[in-house]
Design a protein around this ligand. Structure first.
Ligand code: HEC
Length: 218
């Protein structure tokens, strides 16, 4: 046998052996559900923390961190008014809700409300969401359908969503400005329903629920 043949055979044997060992050990991805053997893993598989999880690194043991002071949103603009500065907000947003109250806007408002607000305020806005039932806050002040909250201006509701109120955290950094105004329309809808004696959330908009993963309106 020539030297060239010997080298070729050796290479073929080495490839076959590697392949066989790979398959047997479950490391070849098209035969296995196991994570593949990565010779150069780059940054594919990194240490990470889960939202709502625990992280001993931080003094409060919480993995989820608030944005650092002065962080700006990647899209949109920073909310300019501090929690409690309702007067400035009411002056600035005196024109009220800039969005028209259309079926689409209400459906979007419901979708965002159900995601971000219902854990505390419940789907009906009555303040008895799961988080409240487990001891967070006071249902009385969390009831968005109570008379006092019904009398709030659109600007004030927008301000509370954006900047928070007492123990309610601000949402300006995670819900776009347009979506916050859509939520204001939907809160109004819930308040009107409650005033009319109906506890049913908006049925018309329920059909639009499938769009949970759609991108925030900008
Ligand atoms: C983590 C729980 C939590 C979430 C989530 C939450 N809130 Fe609140 N919210 C509260 C608490 C607690 C209060 C009462 C604060 C107080 O005592 O002044 C409140 C108060 C309010 C008020 C003022 C009610 C009043 O009568 O003064 C409005 C309006 C409001 N929330 C709207 C919203 C909207 C809209 C969302 C979703 C974008 C939302 N909240 C998400 C906890 C929450």
């Amino acid at each position: 046998m020539s030297t060239a043949w010997k080298i070729t055979l050796a290479i073929v044997a080495a490839v076959l052996a590697t392949f066989t060992i790979g398959v047997l050990s479950g490391k070849i991805w098209w035969f296995s559900e196991e994570p593949p053997l990565m010779v150069v893993p780059d940054m594919d598989d990194q240490f990470h923390l889960k939202p709502q999880g625990e992280a001993r690194f931080f003094a409060d043991n919480r993995a989820q961190r608030d944005p650092v002071e002065g962080a700006l949103p990647r899209v949109g603009r920073a909310y300019p008014f501090a929690m409690g500065d309702v007067d400035s907000a009411e002056k600035y947003f005196a024109a009220g809700n800039p969005l028209p109250r259309t079926d689409f806007v209400l459906a979007r408002g419901q979708n965002r409300f159900n995601t971000y607000c219902s854990p505390c305020h419940n789907y009906t806005g009555t303040g008895d969401g799961l988080v409240q039932k487990r001891g967070f806050g006071n249902q009385e002040t969390m009831n968005l359908t109570r008379e006092q909250a019904r009398a709030y201006s659109d600007a004030k509701i927008f301000h509370v969503i954006s900047a928070g109120q007492n123990i309610m955290p601000p949402y300006a950094d995670r819900i776009s400005e347009t979506d916050r105004w859509a939520i204001v329309h939907y809160v109004r809808e819930l308040q009107q329903k409650a005033a009319a004696g109906s506890t049913q959330p908006n049925g018309m908009a329920a059909a639009a629920q499938g769009s949970t993963h759609s991108k925030d309106m900008q």
